[in-house]
Design a protein. Sequence first.
Length: 75
Amino acid sequence: MMQALQWTGEPFNSPLPQSLFPLMALILLVLGFISASGFSLANKSLTKELPLAFAASIFLGFGSLFLFQASGIYL
């Protein structure tokens, strides 16, 4: 029974080297904050705010993921 539960696959390796994680975190978080600051500059229109919200959420999401990985928290 225990033989069937053992995993025999290979671990996932990132396509980016670990030395680039802090730089990627910085770039993506800065882009996310710039995109998020566009909410106050854009006219109150859904067609202008929706792309800014989408870009900000993508940049901040991936930026926080790279920040976690750069600090040693692997998700």
